[in-house]
Design a protein around this ligand. Structure first.
Ligand code: C2E
Ligand code: MG
Ligand code: MG
Ligand code: MG
Length: 278
């Protein structure tokens, strides 16, 4: 009967909810231990100038590597880290680690390469977010221009003025600001014009459309828009030669994707550049 069925569904939902909560609690305690045991690593994915193929920088992407060697991708733990406050210390570690890598690159004579880090909204809303970034730059002695931070449109939508001010403050120090996953959010063009950013990263979904949906492909339009606003444009998630060709025709500035390299550990990242210099 309908009533029973409804009840069963309810119980099922409750079980699922409990299950989900349990997993979250479990994950939270594992994450705390992971911080203590230093089980996080940054992998680096190269970004190349489209005209020359020369590596200009890397995007740092966090990985959680457990004792037994299993690697947990960020999509599996970032949201729990955000909900439990653990994203703040993890996020600071990411910036520190990226700055350490910038210095390491310098030791190899690679002193004009930048490293872009992803920032969580939970970090951005901290009162001392801008100061924290400045402090890390100062004590690691990196040139601010070598550090890029990636934010998203949606991150700037909440308590917008305060967040924009913080980003502006960091940008004034010389750190470059990238707008990640552009096109996925819902910012108006007027609004985009006012944002304190240097770089537009086109959301992978649009890059995927290049070969699939020729008539409705809007990647070219986004590139023109970025250039109109004096921004550099990065296409992410480039997987196929055909996409690369199209991006070249549209004068996209930088490219990133599996076609060139997956995110790789730092030794391999350094090797990747050295192989291309030869
Ligand atoms: P994102 O910042 O948009 O990063 C791009 C994602 O696309 C990365 O996944 C990257 O490995 C993947 N990718 C790059 N090229 C290709 C390609 O050609 N094909 C395909 N299929 N995928 C490609 P990843 O490393 O799993 O990271 C997922 C998301 O997790 C990131 O999206 C970012 O939002 C978040 N994330 C990663 N590291 C951090 C971090 O240190 N802090 C924060 N707050 N978030 C992070
Ligand atoms: Mg990113
Ligand atoms: Mg992205
Ligand atoms: Mg993304």
């Amino acid at each position: 009967r309908a009533k029973d069925k409804g009840k069963r569904n309810y119980i099922f939902f409750e079980d699922e909810f409990k299950q989900h909560t349990l997993e979250k609690i479990q994950m939270e305690s594992e994450l705390r231990q992971a911080i203590q045991k230093q089980e996080f690593a940054l992998y680096y994915q190269p970004q190349m100038k489209i005209e020359t193929g020369k590596v200009k920088g890397f995007e740092a992407l966090i990985r959680w590597i457990k004792e037994d060697g299993t690697m947990i991708p960020p999509d599996r733990f970032i949201s729990v880290a955000e909900e439990t406050g653990l994203m703040v210390p993890i996020g600071s570690w990411v910036v520190e680690e990226a700055c350490r890598f910038i210095n390491k690159l310098k030791e190899f004579g690679l002193d004009d390469i930048y490293v872009a880090v992803n920032i969580s909204v939970v970090q951005l809303i901290q009162d001392n977010f801008a100061e924290k970034i400045e402090e890390i730059i100062e004590h690691t002695h990196v040139e601010p221009e070598r550090l890029h931070i990636e934010i998203t449109e949606t991150m700037l939508m909440e308590s917008i003025d305060v967040n924009i001010e913080k980003v502006e403050k960091i940008k004034e120090k010389g750190v470059k600001i990238s707008l990640d996953d552009f096109g996925k959010g819902y910012s108006s063009l007027t609004y985009l014009k006012q944002l304190p950013i240097n770089v537009l990263k086109i959301e992978k979904a649009f890059v995927d459309d290049i070969l699939k949906d020729e008539k409705k492909n809007i990647t070219g339009a986004i590139i023109n828009l970025g250039h109109e606003l004096s921004l550099e444009v990065v296409a992410e998630g480039v997987e196929e030669e055909g996409q690369l060709e199209y991006l070249k025709q549209c004068n996209c500035d930088l490219i990133q994707g599996y076609l060139f390299s997956r995110p790789i550990p730092e030794e391999e990242a350094i090797q990747f550049i050295q192989d291309r210099i030869k």
